[in-house]
Design a protein around this ligand. Structure first.
Ligand code: BEZ
Ligand code: FE2
Length: 404
């Protein structure tokens, strides 16, 4: 057991001052230092620098580690040219991305305060790195394949990866999970089988959904930039599903949909009614020319996520949160900063079904400490100063153990 003291502690009741947290691998108590020391004499005392804020560990719900080698290979600016460039460079990029590179990116995430991430995995290549990294990892085994002819083979490969991630659950901080690539790239028959696997084993479930205008046009009309893409690479000319059929496949099982930038109000209302959530990736959406998700109108829970280095310039959650502040320039900046902190802590934890994300008795002891340059003059601005001034966390605890 340890007691950790910080000038500010971010709890569901707001920023507490003159308080400390007592914890082992879980949070035991939050009280004044005097009360905690009286209750738990002779436990290890940990202090932090002046102006430090203790947050629950930050959560990045959506990242593709296997594309970490991309710097200038992929074409940014518009979705379809980007997807063409992914097809062209995919093999080289995946081959250039070894364990050392992925491990470095896990460390970048850790230094930026990320204690849990959702790894979207197409091939299972990241499993070893995700087993070794100190962070909790929700390991999203991704199903891809629109061609019915290869569906059984692709589904078989997917199930092998699901089982491999299930078998390392005990020895690591991995939670096995299922990801559906997207409506345009997954045949409805294997899609339904994969959703049933998630339901049967109560695994977190995620899917890319309505990322681009081109995707919407393809699913609605079978036209647009995807038409020549499918003709060229897959020798097909009709979409395998439509927006409604895809959405309905997830009915009754809360799913984390990534992007949804091009979803209309009726679709967003349907997702909300079904208990789903959204992973919002502001830099990825901007870099691929996909548009802005109007988060100010969302009636469903959302997180802020980095996506992969295939559509980003860093995996730092602070870089992403600052980008969100800029992209959503209409929103009052202070309340938006507070909402963004909740999006990457309590909301993300609820969405992934993990017992983290809040400084509260009984939660797992995952903490991100950040140190402000000066004493904040107004409590309501702590979230904003946190986002604007932090490049790296000053300390990180996972399961009560210090990693930074
Ligand atoms: C497919 O496997 O069907 C697919 C993969 C990437 C983009 C589009 C479709
Ligand atoms: Fe993604």
């Amino acid at each position: 057991m340890k007691i950790l003291l910080a000038d500010y502690i971010y709890t569901p009741e707001g920023y507490l001052t003159n308080h400390a947290v007592a914890f082992s691998n879980i949070i035991k108590d939050i009280d004044t230092l005097e009360n905690l020391q009286a209750k738990y004499p002779e436990v290890e005392m940990l202090t932090s620098e002046p102006n430090t804020v203790l947050y629950p560990g930050f959560i990045n719900t959506h990242v593709h580690l296997e594309f970490s080698a991309n710097k200038t290979s992929l074409k940014y600016g518009s979705f379809m040219p980007w997807l063409d460039s992914v097809i062209e460079h995919r093999e080289d990029l995946v081959a250039a991305c070894d364990n050392e590179m992925m491990q470095e990116e896990c460390e970048t995430m850790l230094r930026s305060g990320i204690t849990t991430f959702g790894a979207i995995s197409s091939f299972g290549n990241e499993l070893e790195v995700c087993e070794k990294t100190p962070q909790r990892v929700v390991f999203f085994n991704e199903l891809i394949g629109s061609n019915a002819q290869y569906a059984d083979m692709l589904y078989g490969d997917f199930m092998e990866r699901v089982e491999a991630s299930m078998s390392c659950e005990e020895a690591s901080r991995i939670t096995p999970a299922v990801a559906i690539h997207s409506p345009y790239a997954v045949h409805p028959i294997i899609l339904q089988k994969a959703v049933n696997v998630a339901k049967k084993h109560s695994l977190p479930l995620s899917a890319h959904f309505l990322e681009s205008q081109a995707e919407r046009q393809w699913l609605e009309e079978g036209e647009g930039a995807f038409k020549s893409f499918f003709k060229t690479f897959f020798n097909t000319e009709v979409p395998v599903t439509n927006i409604q059929e895809f959405m309905y496949a997830f009915d009754t099982y809360p799913t984390h949909f990534t992007h949804a930038v091009q979803a209309n109000q009726v679709e967003l209302d349907y997702l909300a009614q079904q208990g789903h959530s959204i992973a919002h990736c502001p830099r990825s959406n901007r870099y691929l020319g996909c548009g802005r998700l109007p988060i100010e109108n969302l009636k469903l829970p959302f997180t802020i996520a980095t996506d992969g280095l295939s559509s980003n310039d860093s995996l730092s959650i602070f870089d992403e949160l600052r980008a969100a502040l800029m992209l959503h320039h209409q929103a009052p900046i202070g309340p938006l900063a507070s909402k963004l902190i909740d999006a990457v802590t309590s909301d993300a934890a609820d969405i992934l079904g993990l017992n983290v994300g809040k400084i509260e008795k009984g939660k797992l002891a995952d903490f991100t400490l950040i140190t402000l340059k000066e004493t904040p003059k107004r409590e309501e601005e702590i979230a904003l100063w946190t986002l604007l001034h932090t490049k790296e966390a000053s300390a990180i605890y996972i399961d009560g153990e210090k990693y930074i």
